[in-house]
Design a protein around this ligand. Structure first.
Ligand code: HEC
Length: 126
């Protein structure tokens, strides 16, 4: 009897673990650098990319990240949409919400690196 109880509990734990790792994978965003980029350059970009990812979550995600059936979708902006220094003036909401006291030019640059080199979404439309 004791054995059966124990098995049920461990089954539940394993299931919960599997579900949580699956859910985690769905929302995980990964970096995707051009093949032509040299390995040591990739290393440097990866560091900037990780910083940009955090800055994006802090400053941009609340307006731009879409949650769809538990999937978290970060938009694939086109290159011409990603000119960081122009971003502040491309729409009124940015002008108000992204003053350079909040997001510096340097931080905006890191965010652009993150968005430019994140792996594109397969399903989301461009
Ligand atoms: C207060 C809400 C808000 C915040 C915060 C915000 N945005 Fe936006 N953003 C918008 C809206 C609204 C648009 C215009 C509609 C659209 O394209 O989704 C837009 C458009 C854009 C575009 C497309 C511009 C173009 O030329 O088409 C980019 C790129 C962008 N945002 C990046 C960012 C980044 C990077 C951040 C963080 C540093 C950010 N946004 C923060 C609301 C916001």
């Amino acid at each position: 009897m004791e054995n059966i109880k124990f098995n049920k509990v461990s089954c539940l734990i394993i299931i919960a673990f599997l579900i949580s790792t699956c859910a985690g994978n769905k929302s995980a965003v990964t970096a995707h650098f051009p093949d032509a980029m040299l390995p040591h350059v990739k290393e440097q970009y990866k560091v900037q990319w990780e910083k940009g990812k955090i800055l994006y979550e802090l400053n941009c995600a609340k307006c731009h990240t879409i949650k769809e059936k538990k999937r978290v979708i970060i938009p694939d902006f086109r290159e011409e949409q990603l000119k960081g220094y122009e971003l502040r003036i491309t729409n009124a909401k940015h002008e108000a919400s992204l003053p350079d006291t909040l997001v510096t030019e340097e931080e905006l640059g890191l965010i652009m690196t993150f968005l430019r080199y994140k792996k594109p979404n397969e399903t989301a439309k461009k």
